[in-house]
Write a protein that binds this ligand. Structure first.
Ligand code: HEC
Length: 194
């Protein structure tokens, strides 16, 4: 009795294990895997492929201390490079209401676009501050502006600072830049007589 039962048990175990082996060999073990097999890795996804055309010299993998990249991105030490005696250049355009009106148009318009950084009043455009590399000077500050001649303002507006303030001479005529100077003078309350 005990012998027969043992024998039957062994036979059943053998049958079960052979069934399991054959199920697996039919592919059951694999097809029931919920995780799809990874895609072949011979090609990177399209987003990681370099763009067509000649290879780009500057890439994200370039080390940050590369001199070319530093030159492109570090504007923090740039400052005015004005001609000597720039401050002695006399203002040839009288500050008439017409001149000031033209200067105002340039200050707010596309050509000058001073308003983008210096704001409506000259004290700085708060809304754009996060986008700027450097906080603009407060050109409504009367002490600050009184210490500057028209000639100096003219040259600062003309030359700008590379990467910090655009060079106005590229977008405005000489006369237009003097109109801007005349308008900028009205932003400070107590403007000096020049
Ligand atoms: C992209 C932003 C930007 C624009 C546009 C811009 N400026 Fe500036 N401006 C600055 C910054 C920043 C400074 C301060 C630079 C420094 O001294 O380091 C500055 C400084 C100046 C100064 C010198 C103030 C001082 O105390 O030395 C004057 C004057 C001035 N701007 C006038 C103008 C005028 C006029 C325009 C339009 C024609 C203009 N700026 C357009 C950012 C700008």
């Amino acid at each position: 009795m005990i012998r027969t039962n043992r024998f039957a048990l062994v036979v059943m175990l053998l049958l079960l294990s052979s069934l399991a082996i054959s199920l697996e060999s039919w592919g059951y073990g694999r097809t029931q895997n919920p995780i799809p097999p990874p895609a072949p890795k011979s090609m990177p996804p399209a987003s990681q492929q370099p763009p067509p055309g000649p290879p780009q010299p500057v890439s994200l993998t370039q080390p940050p201390e590369s001199p070319s990249q530093k030159q492109q991105q570090d504007f923090s030490k740039n400052t005015w490079e004005l001609p000597e005696d720039a401050d002695k250049t006399p203002n040839p355009v009288p500050a008439t209401p017409e001149s000031i009106a033209k200067g105002k148009e340039l200050y707010f318009g596309k050509a000058g676009n001073c308003v983008f950084c210096h704001g409506d009043t000259g004290s700085g455009n708060e809304a754009n501050l996060p986008k700027l590399r450097r906080k603009p000077a407060d050109i409504s500050n009367k002490e600050r502006m009184a210490a500057m001649t028209d000639g100096e303002i003219f040259w600062k507006v003309s030359k700008g600072i590379n990467g910090i303030m655009p060079a106005g001479e590229k977008r405005m005529s000489e006369e237009e830049r003097w109109h801007v100077v005349n308008y900028v003078r009205t932003l400070a309350k107590d403007k000096p007589k020049s």
